[in-house]
Design a protein around this ligand. Structure first.
Ligand SMILES: *Cc1c(COP(=O)(O)O)cnc(C)c1O
Length: 495
């Protein structure tokens, strides 16, 4: 099975090339031609441990790698790095089940994919016969940067530079990044907001390619963002893990359906659920939970995607997104029509909106159920889940919990619901503490301590003692200096 672009069937590459390139040359996303071409015996996958599941699923989705080749990559990515051996545990919370995706090194769900991506990339480079070192450039609004640094830290043949907006990330997020160890990682603040940092990174890619600016430096630029198929494939695994856990705990019988409610931003997490469903795993509905930036809720209700709307900064910032990039893959997989996808994406770029036909909307609605909630409901949900069930959840998870209750009320025939939990409550401590009705003023490190004192829930190791760790990275630059910064760093032998 070869990969192709969502915008042109002629643009064909191997899975390894798709991982190495990230984005297709025509601006589309790399995808399998159809999920029907992927062969996997889902029942036998359910009998394996999580790493075994990962090996089988990666080999099926990324056929450049055999399961024997995938095994050591999985081992290097995960062994000893997560709080629990099964990586992503399920916890019963009332009649629902919470799938905890945040037990990795940086306490965010992005660890699941970003722990494996560096190993997939270096293996893909070998497959493709490329010799250069991989230099990852990433702009971050907080969470992705740290998870990427932790994932790439000391992986041979790779280096990573992360740019974040100066003054634009939380104190905890900044501390997590600037204290990151590793001889191949670098993080730098940019004067400006997140968009400045992100546009700056895009401009660097364009300038380096157009001018061959890194000629002779023996490096190739790459990106770790969530449209890379190498980030999507590892996320399919935890849907299988959750299903096996639901069966083993007696919440469902093998073959019964489970519904999944996913706090959604760029549509990567929930798309991985769609992959699992298409591979045969008995998932009923995928509930798409959004915050006040509810562009996907409207789209899944009407078929009209419209990004021309106010942008809200919410207490669930990782879902503050108006263009959900991975949706393009779903539109292709459902329609099989590259020309239509090209048209929709062109309309989105030029007018900010596009409309899909009624038949496609019907197909979307037979799988996806949309819902959204604002900040007040998010905080109420945190308090309610804690008081009723003694479970402390973060703001993103609370959005999903609230929307899951909407879903159950609206669809009485629903299956048992698994709610995907994407961050530790200690990553967004002030809003969580407010949700519990307590005072959340003061510095964020003190708020973490208060939240711990109030609930007794252990603080993850990566978030303790942060204020006391040495700062290893203190560069602050103007946006106009980002290109020079990268060119200088790229030729330095030692960081
Ligand atoms: C990235 C992120 C999300 C959104 O996931 P997508 O795959 O982009 O939809 C939700 N919650 C948290 C905490 C995240 O970091």
């Amino acid at each position: 099975m070869e990969y192709q672009s969502t915008r042109s069937a002629d643009c064909r590459v191997s899975a390894a090339e798709a991982i190495l390139e990230g984005l297709a040359p025509d601006g589309g996303l790399f995808t399998m031609p159809s999920l029907g071409e992927v062969s996997l015996d889902w029942r036998s996958v359910l009998t394996l441990d999580t790493q075994g599941m990962a090996r089988e699923i990666l080999a099926a989705l990324l056929p450049s790698f055999t399961r024997e080749e995938a095994a050591p990559l999985v081992d290097r990515a995960y062994a000893g790095k997560f709080e629990t051996e099964d990586l992503t545990p399920c916890v019963p919370v009332g009649e629902d089940t919470v799938l905890e995706l945040f037990r990795g090194p940086t306490s965010a769900f992005k660890d699941v994919a970003l722990s494996l991506l560096p190993h997939l990339m270096t293996a893909a480079r070998e497959k493709c016969g490329a010799k250069e070192e991989i230099l990852i450039l990433t702009a971050t609004s907080g969470d992705t940067g740290k998870a990427a640094m932790a994932g790439f830290c000391d992986v041979p043949g790779t280096r990573i530079i992360v740019f974040y907006p100066d003054g634009g990330v939380s104190a905890v997020q900044r501390a997590q990044m600037v204290t990151q160890e590793g001889s191949n990682v670098c993080v730098c603040a940019v004067r400006g907001n997140f968009d400045d940092a992100q546009t700056g990174v895009k401009d660097i890619f364009a300038a380096v390619t157009a001018g061959d600016l890194l000629h002779g430096a023996n490096v190739r630029l790459s990106s770790a963002n969530s449209i890379n198929i190498g980030r999507l494939a590892p996320q399919v695994v935890y849907y299988f893990r959750a299903y096996a856990d639901m069966v083993n705990s007696g919440r469902i019988r093998c073959g019964d359906r489970m519904d999944c409610c996913v706090p959604t931003g760029n549509f990567g997490n929930i798309l991985a659920g769609y992959f699992a469903r298409e591979l045969g795993l008995p998932i009923g509905r995928l509930v798409c939970a959004s915050n006040a930036n509810n562009v996907l809720t409207d789209f899944l209700r009407t078929g009209c995607y419209d990004r021309n709307r106010p942008f809200y900064k919410t207490v669930s910032p990782s879902m503050d997104i108006l263009v959900s990039s991975n949706l393009e893959r779903l539109l292709y997989l459902l329609s099989g029509d590259t020309e239509a996808v090209r048209g929709w994406m062109a309309a989105l770029r030029t007018t900010g909106t596009f409309q899909v036909p009624a038949a496609l909307l019907g197909d979307l609605q037979s799988v996806f159920w949309p819902g959204c909630c604002g900040d007040e409901d998010t905080k109420c949900a945190i308090g309610e889940v804690y008081r009723r069930h003694g479970y402390l959840c973060d703001t993103h998870t609370a959005v999903a919990w609230h929307v899951a209750q909407q879903y159950k009320a609206a669809c009485p025939g629903h299956a048992p619901v698994v709610i995907l939990s994407t961050a530790s409550p200690y990553k967004f401590p002030a809003a969580v503490l407010e949700g519990l009705g307590a005072d959340a003023s003061g510095d964020e490190f003190a708020v973490i301590d208060r939240l711990h004192a109030l609930t007794g829930v252990p603080v993850p190791g990566g978030l303790t003692g942060l204020a006391d760790r040495p700062e290893r990275h203190q560069d602050v630059i103007d946006r106009s200096d980002m290109l020079d910064y990268v060119l200088k760093k790229a030729v330095e032998k030692e960081w």
